[in-house]
Ligand binder design. Sequence first.
Ligand code: SF4
Length: 366
Amino acid sequence: MAGIYVHIPFCKRRCLYCDFFSTTMLGRQKEYIEALLKEIAARRNETGEPIRTIYLGGGTPSTLESADISRLLQAIVTADATEVTMEMNAGDADTAYLQAIRQAGVNRLSIGIQSFQDELLRQIGRRHTAAQAAEAVHMAQEAGFDNISIDLIYALPSQRTEQWQADIETALDLGIQHISCYGLMYEEGTALTKMLETGQITAIDEDTENAMYDYLCERLKAAGFVHYEVSNFALPGYEAQHNSSYWNGTPYIGIGAGAHSYTRKDGEAVRSWNPDDLDAYIQGINNGTLVRGNERLTERDLFNEQVMLGLRTSHGCTLPPSVSRRATVGYYKELDLLSEPEEGHIIATQKGLHVLNRIIEDLMEG
Ligand code: SF4
């Protein structure tokens, strides 16, 4: 089984913290859709395996007309897909639109909310209010969506612990099935990072950020959510299938500007990617000269990915025996940052999740 990811790199406005590839040139959507349809037709069978999951991500897929969503999903033509996710900005929710995309085949929504505090939403440049965010979820439920995920961000500048705790309660009150939560990252070159560098905002301290994360994990666990990946929580049975395939090595085809693919052919694992440039992508597709970057993954690459992705999940990862790696695992076990339920199989502890990147780096092969 495989997945298809379709990148929709359009946003009505850029959020101040975002470094994803997207543009506000909505006038170019039509020509982009035509290019996507061509790429889908050429590549939809590339993995040689049935497509089980489809993910429309961005950018903001909900800036597209519902008729275009329908055309894209029809072009993928698969009866095997069990999960069809679409990302939506909370500011785009509208009953008729939601009904239309559901009709088109979307059966899972991922709604970008980030915060239920208006002052924080303004600070990070989101274009919706807290009330619109809650209303978006209600409208989606009324339209028949019964698999809804929302994204929240913690460790926002000047965010108070009580505000974060209130956000979690608001999320739980909405009756959603999945929550993705990310600690704010100050990515190089973003407007928010410039504000930090010039002293207009202050980052919250690491202890407070860790306490926010621990509270999140405990509260969602108490509410019946499974903490199945470092940033992802789901009611049992609602774990994101598409994202899980990134973590467990399932092949996927990435369609659109900047999209990445992972395929296995003749025993070789290959990662490839489209240019993250709208003109280069559209022209390349239209005149058949698209240059897709690619790399063959070595045994070492695959091992490192297994460590990096596996340790982010609640399943952990299995390590082949090695004296030096045993010493590293032993060191982190002593510090209660790793557990080893079976010899060679390691899982990050709650404390370990705070320093996960460091642990992963130490276990990867250089
Ligand atoms: S809507 Fe999403 S992709 Fe677009 S700028 Fe904001 S965070 Fe980035």
